[in-house]
Each structure stands twice: as C-alpha cells, then as structure tokens.
Write a new protein. Structure first.
Ligand SMILES: C[S@@+](CC[C@H](N)C(=O)[O-])C[C@H]1O[C@@H](n2cnc3c(N)ncnc32)[C@H](O)[C@@H]1O
Length: 290
C-alpha cells in the first residue's frame, strides 16, 4: 500500500519538492479553477449530511480497518517546523507534557518519542482501531504515553488529562475532519487541558489546495467543506477563518501562515500545488484575550 504525503488521499503518492514557501496571502487560483469552484453549487442533501455526521467515527474506523498503519507517513518534520516542541521548556531537564489530538496510528508521536526521552505524550483519536494500533506499536510504553479513545467534539478531555496540565497540543490534519459547527467546541475542549501560555501547534489543509479542486460535483457539504468517497470529510481553511476560530476559543495567534508546496504525482504525470495552513496559537493569560 502506498503512503501519502502529508495527509492527502486524493492526490496520491509522490515526492515533495524540497522547496517550501510560507505565505501570508492565499494561493492564486486560475480562472478555470475559480470557475469550477463557482459552478460547484449543489450541496449534499441535509439527510445525507446528517448521516455522514452520525457515521463519522465509523467511517474513520473503517478507514483504519482498510489501511491499517500503512497510509500516512511518519511525520519527521514536526520538530523542524514546530521548534516549540524543544524550546518551550523553561529548563533543559523539564519534562514536556503534550497531547496529540486526533493521533491516528501515531505518525506524529512515534518520531517524537524516538527523538526525545524527556516527554510524556497523551494521544487520542475517535477511531478505537487507530488507538489500538498506537498501543501495539513497539515504541509505545506507559511511562511515556497514554493513548485513549475520545471524540474531541463530545468527550471531556479532562476525564483523562488533568486540567491546565499540558505544555503543547498538536493538531495535525484533524480539525479539517470535523464539522465546522463543532470545531470551536473541540478547541475549547483542548483549551481546558492546556496550561495558561500553552501552545497549540496546527497544520492542516489550506484554501485552494489541489485536493479541494479535485472533488467531483456532489461532494460539497458547505463552503470549503467536502466529503470523500469513503465518507471522511475535509475542510479547507483560510487564515482568517482559522484565526477567528482560535480567537473565539480563547487563544491568540502567534503564527498563521500558508505553506505552499508542489507535489509530483508520477502516476498522472502532474506537478500539483499543495496548500497547507500552519499555525501556532497560545492559550491567553487570564482575561488577556478579549
Ligand atoms: C488525517 S488523520 C490525521 C492523523 C494524525 N494526526 C497524523 O498526523 O497522522 C485525521 C484523524 O482525526 C481523527 N478524528 C476525526 N474526527 C475526530 C474527532 N471528532 N475526535 C477525535 N479524533 C477525530 C480521525 O480518526 C483520524 O485519525
């Protein structure tokens, strides 16, 4: 089974050019692309949308049943892109306590555990199968991690993680899978377990990513929100939308930038533009976020 770059299934495998650019403005789309997006007006019916929402957990669990641990690549870029994972300690020997929210099968956490012994990682996902794969990984050990099943939009993280105890939360290609009406609640849930001054490290799909332009008609659920054939969903974030969402949930923005890349899709002989949004959001000091 081939592995996908970052978190994309629609575009398929292929090497990513080493160049990376970080931008504060969104990707410029061609007139043809704009036309395609404008013409895509018909939304999936309300009935079907409710069904997709009700079956969200089942659909992710089936995804991991089909793909087991073979789909996503290990994310070895996290300490390079998010230097806070190393630098946010007040002193060298301080243990870093973090949560990987929506951990999948652990492609973010295991590279971190390999690199850094002085870390404790809570890892949650709402697919029980994904959580089981994390627990079965040979790097999993109870001194350094605790994996648990949880729906970020419903279950209280405080049931497992002490209130205001975390230095860092990573949210990597997860918020895009959640219905926009529930994103704020998921962030508020995370907010409660972060220390004041703690940081959310975010990476996800950006507006006009190639995957967004590839959705066929009848896949649109709402503005910038689509459903894949397997029933999993994907939202494409603009900087403004994301900043507003985090702000409403009690965070202020440290970084919020588009990452523009090009990926070679050998199968289709194409070089395609990828757009991600990368951000760092800090839990405000009490009363400082209005
Ligand atoms: C694209 S995967 C990313 C996994 C992982 N963060 C990584 O980088 O490899 C998205 C994950 O979000 C999880 N997820 C989606 N909605 C969720 C929710 N409401 N609560 C918890 N996890 C959720 C899915 O089960 C899936 O494992």
């Amino acid at each position: 089974m081939a592995q996908a770059n970052d978190s994309d299934r629609a575009v398929g495998p292929g090497p990513t050019f080493p160049f990376k650019s970080t931008e504060s403005s969104e990707r410029t789309v061609s007139e043809r692309e704009l036309e395609k997006l404008k013409n895509d007006r018909i939304l999936v019916s309300d009935f079907k949308q409710k069904k997709i929402e009700m079956e969200a957990q089942k659909n992710w669990d089936l995804f991991y049943k089909r793909n087991t641990t073979n789909f996503f690549k290990d994310r070895h870029w996290t300490t390079r892109e998010f230097e806070e994972l190393k630098a946010c300690r007040k002193f060298d020997a301080q243990k870093l306590i973090m949560l990987e929210a929506g951990c999948g099968v652990g492609n973010c956490i295991f590279p971190l555990l390999e690199e850094d012994l002085n870390i404790f990682i809570y890892a949650c996902d709402f697919s029980p199968r994904a959580v089981q794969f994390v627990k079965e990984n040979h790097l999993y050990c109870s001194e350094q991690c605790l994996a648990f099943q949880c729906d970020l939009t419903k279950d209280d993280l405080k049931a497992t993680i002490p209130e205001e105890s975390l230095h860092v939360v990573t949210l990597v290609f997860v918020l895009s899978a959640i219905h926009p009406d529930k994103m704020r609640h998921a962030l508020e849930n995370i907010h409660k377990v972060l220390k004041v001054g703690g940081i959310v490290l975010f990476r996800d799909y950006g507006l006009y990513d190639h995957a967004m332009l590839r959705f066929k008609s009848a896949s649109k659920l709402g503005e910038n929100f689509y459903v894949r054939q397997d029933g999993t969903r994907s939202f494409f974030f603009s900087r403004e939308y994301l900043a507003n969402l985090f702000h409403q949930a009690g965070f202020h923005t440290l970084v919020n930038e588009y990452v523009l890349r090009e990926t070679v899709n050998k199968r289709e002989g194409l070089c395609v533009p990828r757009v991600f949004l990368q951000g760092k959001f800090q839990k405000c000091t009490r009363n400082a976020c209005q």
